[in-house]
Design a protein around this ligand. Sequence first.
Ligand code: PGA
Length: 252
Amino acid sequence: MSRTPFIAGNWKMHGRAAEARALARSLRERIGGVSGVEVGVAPPFTAIEVVRAEIAGSAIRLGAQNLHEEPKGAFTGEISAPMLVEAGCHFVIIGHSERRQFFGETDAGVAKKLRAASAAGLVPIVCVGETLAEREAGRTDAVIEAQIRGGLADLAADGAPGLVIAYEPVWAIGTGRTATPEQAEDVHAKLRGWLGDLFGSQRASTTRIQYGGSVKAENANSLLSQPNIDGALVGGASLDPAAFEAIVLAAK
Ligand code: PGA
């Protein structure tokens, strides 16, 4: 089963307008015409418009890092799925470990956001991952299975077309410490098995599962060559156009 790899850059809280414009422009020049791999960037909300303008007409897709589950209402400081669609977003990251860790997001909340993203036609990237303590306690599989079953609890077998899962071990995010290709592949293969339990083998075999956590130009090849690793969610290295380009080219 061939799955087009998907490399997404998560810019996190980086990029004021001028920086975001320069980064987007450089990416468009380097990889704006890339084929055989899907590429996206998720800037901060305030830079979405400048990035949209820079990458318009290129192969680079626009995404957001978070959304609120309601389409509108009295939710000060929040941004809804229809707003993201209107701003030009194609995908949205849901349940990133930093959202879980610093903003109290839960699997139940992920399920609500997934429903909202899907209703608006956004492609969701649902993030899962264990902490170092959980891995060292031998609980990795149980933690990831609970996250995937909880986050996808409300999803119909044909819901959220294009759904992407990102496996991001928390201990590998921003630490320079990457999961080995074998560690990552082990979890990815199990994730595909749980997707099969939930939605059947057809959906499991077509769903893309990205790896995230200190992906760099130097380790991209060995990770992306694993059979169940279908792309990457890239934080730090996505802010460096040459590094991000190298990761994208490694996925082809
Ligand atoms: P990192 O972040 O590549 O900087 O480790 C990945 C992520 O948090 O998505």
